[in-house]
Design a protein around this ligand. Structure first.
Ligand code: TXE
Length: 459
C-alpha cells in the first residue's frame, strides 16, 4: 500500500481522514490518500516561497525545470508503472504517452524560456517594452485520464514564469503527482515553490478556486465542473484557463487514403480507452467508402489493446450511454458489454444507425464508445461535425481537401491525416463548451504571467 501525502512547504504530511485509491485493473486498494479540506497552509507556504522564487532570473528557473526533467527521466519506468496501476492503461501507453510527455513538458518549457525574446514596440518618439511578471500563487487542477502529463503541462510554464504552485491531482489518480513531489524535494527545489494537495474536487478543489490569494486557476476536467469553477473564480477576477470536454469528429472524405485513415481513426477512437478529451468519438465517413472503411476498421479493432476505464462508476456512465444508444435506434455492431473480470473493464464499442444529432452522438461519453455516420458531401460532413456544443478538436482524412475542410470545423485544433501529433509550441484549447483560453508555447507564457507595458519617451 502506498501512502500518498500532501507536499506543503517542502514537508510531506497526511490528514486525519484518508480515502482509498482503487486500481481499475482489479478493484484492489493501492493507496491511501489524504482528504484535505483546507488550503490555507499551502497558501502560506507558497506566499513565503514566492519572495525568492519570483526574484530568480528566467535562466535560473529554466535550470530548475531541467533538473526536474532529469529527476523524472531517471524514474521514467516507475512513473509508467504507477500510472498504469492507477489508471489501468497499458504499460506501453503509460511509458510512451504519459511518462515521456511529463519529462518533455519540463524540458520543453526550459528550452522555450531560454529562447524567449524581448517584446518591444518602437514608436517615432518612444519605445515600449513588455515586462512579464509572475501572476503569484496559481492553482492547478487536473483530471485522471493523463494524470502527470496534464499536471506537468501546467506546472512547468507556471514555475518558469516565476509563479508558485498549489497543484491538485485528481482524487482517482494521485500516485504520480506524489512521486513528482518526492523528486522535487530530492533535487532541492526550494520549499513551498511546488505544493501538492490531495482530496476531493468539491472539497479541496473548490477551496483552491475560492481562495482570494490564489490569483490564477488552470483547470482541466469535465464541462460541468468547469462551469462551477468559472462561476466561483470569475467574481474574484482570477485568471482562468479551462480545458474541458470534447466530442470530436474524425472525418473521412471520399479521397482519403484508407491505409492511413483506418489505423489513425482507430487510434483516435480508443487510445487510453477513449478517455482523452481529443479522442475522435464521432466518425463521419463518406458514403462511397463507408463499407470498405467499416470492415477494415472492425478488423483492426480486433487487435487493438485497451485497458479498463477509470472506475466502476465511470463504467456505469458509459454503459448508460450504450443503453441510451439502443433506445435512440442505434445498432451495436461491436462490443457493448462489460468484460467479466474484476476491475472496470468494458469492451470497445462501435455504434451505427444513429442520427448525428442524437444524444449519444453529441454528448461526451469519455470511454471506448464511438458512433459512425455516413455523409454524401463535404458540406454535409462539416455540418455534422459542427453539430455539437463542444469544439475541442477533430481530424480530417483526405488526399486533397483536408485543409479546406479543417478550417471550417468549429474546434480549437484540427489534424489532417494524423491525430494527436503534438508540437508543444502551438495553441491548445477549445471553443464553445470545450473551454476558455489556450495553453502551449507563448499561450502558456501569456497565461502564467502579467504582461506589463513600459512606455519610455525619448529625449
Ligand atoms: O471530472 P471532474 P470527473 C469529463 C468526462 C467525464 C466527466 C466527469 O466526460 O465523464 O468529465 O469526470 C476536480 N472545484 N472529463 O467527474 O470532476 C477533481 O477533483 C475544483 C473530461 O472525473 O471535472 C479533479 O481533480 N475542482 C476531461 C478535476 O476537477 C474540482 C478529463 C477533474 O474532475 C471541483 C476528465 C470543484 N468544484 C473528465 N470538482 C478532459 N477534458 O480531459 C471536481 N474538481
Amino acid at each position: 500500500m502506498i501512502q500518498v501525502k500532501n507536499l506543503v512547504g517542502g514537508q510531506f504530511f497526511s490528514t486525519e481522514e484518508v480515502f482509498d485509491d482503487i486500481s481499475p485493473i482489479n478493484n484492489t486498494v493501492i493507496a491511501s490518500v489524504p482528504r484535505t479540506k483546507s488550503v490555507q497552509s499551502a497558501v502560506s507556504a507558497a506566499e513565503i516561497a514566492f519572495e525568492e522564487w519570483s526574484k530568480l532570473s528566467i535562466e535560473e528557473r529554466c535550470d530548475w525545470l531541467d533538473k526536474i526533467a532529469d529527476g523524472l527521466e531517471a524514474r521514467i519506468e516507475e512513473i509508467a508503472k504507477l500510472e498504469a496501476l492507477d489508471t489501468g492503461k497499458p504499460i506501453d501507453v503509460a511509458l510512451n504517452v504519459d511518462s515521456k510527455r511529463s519529462v518533455n513538458n519540463f524540458r520543453f518549457f526550459a528550452g522555450f524560456g531560454r529562447d524567449l525574446k524581448n517584446e518591444t514596440f518602437e514608436m517615432d518618439d518612444a519605445t515600449n517594452y513588455v515586462v512579464r511578471k509572475p501572476v503569484g500563487i496559481v492553482g492547478l487542477i487536473s483530471p485522471w485520464n493523463l494524470p502527470l502529463y496534464l499536471l506537468t503541462w501546467k506546472i512547468a510554464p507556471a514555475l518558469l514564469m516565476g509563479n508558485v504552485v498549489i497543484a491538485k491531482p485528481s482524487e482517482l489518480t494521485p500516485l504520480t503527482a506524489h512521486l513528482l513531489g518526492k523528486i522535487c524535494v530530492e533535487i532541492g527545489l526550494p520549499n513551498g515553490v511546488l505544493n501538492i494537495v490531495n482530496g476531493y474536487g468539491p472539497e479541496i478543489g473548490q477551496k483552491i478556486v475560492e481562495h482570494p490569494k490564489i490569483k490564477a486557476i488552470s483547470f482541466t476536467g469535465g464541462t460541468a465542473t468547469g462551469k462551477q469553477v468559472a462561476a466561483t473564480a470569475a467574481p474574484l477576477f482570477k485568471k482562468l484557463s479551462l480545458e474541458l470536454g470534447g466530442k470530436n469528429a474524425s472525418i473521412v472524405l471520399d479521397d482519403a487514403d484508407l491505409e492511413i485513415a483506418v489505423p489513425g481513426v482507430l487510434r483516435a477512437s480508443f487510445l487510453n480507452s477513449g478517455q482523452i478529451c481529443l479522442c475522435g468519438s464521432r466518425i463521419l465517413v463518406h458514403s462511397s467508402l463507408y463499407e470498405s472503411f467499416l470492415s477494415r476498421y472492425l478488423e483492426e479493432l480486433e487487435r487493438f489493446e485497451i485497458g479498463p476505464v477509470i472506475s466502476n462508476q465511470h463504467r456505469e456512465k458509459i454503459l448508460s450511454y450504450i443503453e441510451l444508444a439502443k433506445s435512440e435506434g442505434g445498432s451495436i455492431i461491436f462490443g457493448g458489454n462489460v468484460i467479466e473480470k474484476a476491475g472496470a473493464w468494458i469492451e470497445p464499442t462501435v455504434i451505427t444507425d444513429l442520427s448525428h444529432k442524437s444524444r449519444t452522438a453529441t454528448e461526451e461519453i469519455f470511454g471506448p464508445v464511438v458512433t459512425i455516420h455516413s455523409f454524401d458531401s463535404d458540406e454535409e460532413a462539416i455540418e455534422m461535425a459542427n453539430s455539437t456544443e463542444y469544439g475541442l478538436a477533430g481530424s480530417v482524412w483526405s488526399r486533397e481537401r483536408g485543409r479546406t475542410v479543417a478550417e471550417r470545423i468549429e474546434s480549437g485544433m484540427v489534424w489532417v491525416n494524423t491525430w494527436l501529433h503534438r508540437d508543444l509550441r502551438v495553441p491548445f484549447g477549445g471553443i464553445k463548451d470545450s473551454g476558455v483560453g489556450r495553453e502551449g508555447g507563448m499561450w502558456s507564457i501569456g497565461f502564467f504571467s502579467e504582461a506589463v507595458n513600459i512606455c519610455v519617451m525619448e529625449d
